[in-house]
Design a protein around this ligand. Sequence first.
Ligand SMILES: *[C@@H]1O[C@H](CO)[C@@H](O)[C@H](O)[C@H]1NC(C)=O
Ligand SMILES: *[C@@H]1O[C@H](CO)[C@@H](O)[C@H](O)[C@H]1NC(C)=O
Ligand SMILES: *[C@@H]1O[C@H](CO)[C@@H](O)[C@H](O)[C@H]1NC(C)=O
Length: 437
Amino acid sequence: MERPVVPVFLCIFFLFYSGKAAGSSTGESNPHRRSQTKGLCAQLIQPSGYPCFEHTVQTKDGYLLALQRVSSRTGDVKVQPGPPVLLQHGLFMAGDAWFLNSMEQSLGFILADQGFDVWVGNVRGTRWSHGHISLSEKDKEFWDWSWQELALYDLAEMINYVNSITNSKIFFVGHSQGTIMALAAFTQSDIVEMVEAAAFLCPISYLGHISAQFVLRMVGMHLDQMILAMGIHQLNFRSDMGVHLLDSLCDGHVDCNNLLTSITETNDSVKDQKAEQSRKDRSSKVLSLPSSDPLLAEGKNCCFNDSLVDFYLEYEPHPSSSKNLNHLFQMIRKGTFAYYDYGMLGNLKRYGQSRPPAFDLAHIPNSLPLWIGYGGNDALADMTDLEQTLKELQSKPELLYLENYGHIDFILSVKAKEDIYNNMTGFFRSWGKSSTY
Ligand SMILES: *[C@@H]1O[C@H](CO)[C@@H](O)[C@H](O)[C@H]1NC(C)=O
Ligand SMILES: *[C@@H]1O[C@H](CO)[C@@H](O)[C@H](O)[C@H]1NC(C)=O
Ligand SMILES: *[C@@H]1O[C@H](CO)[C@@H](O)[C@H](O)[C@H]1NC(C)=O
């Protein structure tokens, strides 16, 4: 299990983990950043030899989302494509997350090689899905959404699109916030009827029992409301604003001098030194947290390839909205899995009741096969929350527990294929109608 705020920490982790790339995050002209003119296919997937096509989906509220379709390198056009599978990334990530390791290690490539018809989702606000029919990303309305819209508009539209192009029910794989979106969307019968089976990596729905100090501090200081009150609508850790944000986060609550210096430092050799120092120190000093703090265990992803961090930073983190963070923090404060809370009057106006309606997990049909993978080394995880989810679901998901796995291992572990993906594709095969994959 993991928490959507884990990626918040991961961004911070990434930022000081690699002084070099993080330092450039303060400027807009980062030479390490990939150009934004090319799509995900052209930048990351086709260079590895995989056929990849860009599709655009328009949501009900006007966002233009990029969806990539990837197939096997050895794809024989005469052979029927395998069953479609939609990959849905987590918070502060995008579709690139499924392709950052080698072809033998990355889920996107692995599924394509196994004959699946791979579709890659990218939610609004990520760098691949920055379009809107009338709004620009400079408009605050462009950022007026939370995971609720990602579930009911973005995911719904992407599933509908893949379903209509392939004329087939689809398999779904979600990670982190991608599972929150799916659990909310699948309570809607018109969406879930297009899904054959679903796999959740680090599933989230309830967040009420979160225990990590760092997160509770952010929640306790009402960071989400502070950001909104400051008029910040886009959460972009690569912007100057993102650096100020970290500044306010650190100020007086967590001593992150080293962290901030390594981000804002401009001299490369100093940065490299500091990054090296941070690497050495990060488990004891950098955040001045007691070494027993569970958050620090989160940094210990078991199977992470350290030498690729600079490369990962060319892609992550992606922007999200402040309202989204606010919605996630509402869940932590209240322990509910519900629509966005607009306050009593706002709720009456929007929902006709004083409290936001809950997403009822019991509405996910028993007939939908579910698979869940969760890790024991995810400091922000809490069994009580997952148990509540499992209790409310009608169906009994297949569970895969990986004791030494942290949040990001589910995407980036060099051993993920043996540890997780083989089991997951085995699950899909047991439900698929086709035997050609
Ligand atoms: C960066 O810092 C190092 C060590 O302090 C120094 O030797 C070097 O001249 C500096 N480089 C620039 C471009 O300022
Ligand atoms: C880690 O990344 C480096 C650099 O790309 C690569 O040479 C190495 O093979 C990777 N290690 C593993 C275990 O995949
Ligand atoms: C996946 O792992 C679970 C738990 O270890 C096991 O019960 C199940 O048989 C595995 N499924 C496949 C298809 O390997």
